[in-house]
Write a protein that binds this ligand. Structure first.
Ligand code: HSE
Length: 303
């Protein structure tokens, strides 16, 4: 028996909501999971026809997901084979690993008689990833505010996204591992920057709740992670500054840990955005692709 799950990409942080908000996007990983009896966890990644097959251990997120699933259900971990057809570019800040974690956990739950509720799977996924801002929207779809509470459970709430607000993702053709993008963050931040981010995070939620464009324009800013990461993403500061002056642009932020930039616009007329991004990244010899989406309201689903 094989369980096939269609699991979406996501863009986390949206500027100020570091580690606590994300939005699901209609790019997908198809995660096919089956049980084996050899006790091994074998992963097959099919990245647009480039197929790699390998056995994974404790260091791997799929292994950790299955291990935690079996700990939670007090059952012995069997072997699994997981086949991931990736449409979501890997290590680009689009929640590819969160999408795989969600797909693998849903697969394991189905294969073992559905002992866990979605909340349990969401909790396990966040503990594997270390933060809930990509994993939660991978399960729920939509724009989600999420936090890991003191008891380890994820408290989350979806907020309806505004109908004519689009998200364009500008995806450079190089990878940036989240581990590296987190290693450049400071251990402590100064009080003024913390207050700035609290204000912007509050504005972001208000803006989305009320579909208020003016507040959204002010909200899509950050002082606690983007300034530290900009050295890893050539052209980022320039692109953000130039795009902000465009009339249909509500803001431009780092998507998750980067290197993708997420541009939130009113409407989908984005020729001006393409021109600005092209000029800056072309001069820096960076290849990229741009895709424009309506966020997707449906999370990972068995198909
Ligand atoms: N909130 C996370 C970060 C998202 O910015 O590091 C990437 O996993």
């Amino acid at each position: 028996m094989e369980i096939k799950v269609k699991s979406p990409a996501s863009s986390a942080n949206l500027g100020p909501c570091f580690d606590c908000a994300g939005i699901a996007l209609p790019l997908y990983n198809i995660v096919k999971t089956k049980k084996t009896n050899n006790g091994k966890i074998v992963v097959i990644i099919d990245e647009k026809g480039d197929v790699r097959r390998f056995e994974v251990d404790e260091k791997n997120i799929i292994f950790q997901s299955f291990k935690k699933f079996h700990e939670k259900t007090n059952t012995e971990m069997s072997g699994y084979e997981v086949n991931v057809e990736t449409e979501i570019p890997i290590a680009r800040g689009l929640g590819s690993s969160a999408s795989v974690i969600a797909g693998s956990l849903i697969g394991a739950n189905e294969l073992n008689g559905k002992p866990l509720r979605e909340q349990d799977l969401i909790d396990i996924a966040a503990s594997v990833e270390g933060h809930p801002d990509n994993t939660t929207p991978a399960f729920t779809g939509g724009f989600v505010v999420a936090s890991i509470e003191d008891d380890g459970k994820v408290l989350y709430e979806k907020i309806k996204w505004c109908d004519d607000w689009k998200i364009s993702v500008c995806i450079p053709d190089y990878k940036l591992l989240t581990e590296l993008a987190r290693s450049v963050l400071p251990k402590e931040i100064n009080f003024k920057d913390a207050v700035y981010n609290i204000q912007k995070a509050a504005q972001l939620i208000t803006a989305i709740t009320n579909c208020n464009e003016n507040i959204m324009r002010s909200a899509l800013k950050d002082k606690i992670h983007q300034p530290y990461r900009e050295k890893l993403i050539p052209g980022m500061v320039d692109i953000i500054e130039k795009l902000r002056k465009e009339q249909n642009v509500l803001g431009c932020v780092l998507s998750g840990a980067g290197p993708t930039l997420a541009v939130i616009t009113k409407g989908d007329n984005i020729d001006n955005i393409k021109q600005i991004v092209h000029k800056i990244w072309y001069d820096l010899d960076i290849k990229y692709q741009i895709m424009t989406f309506d966020p997707v309201n449906q999370g990972a689903t068995v198909i």
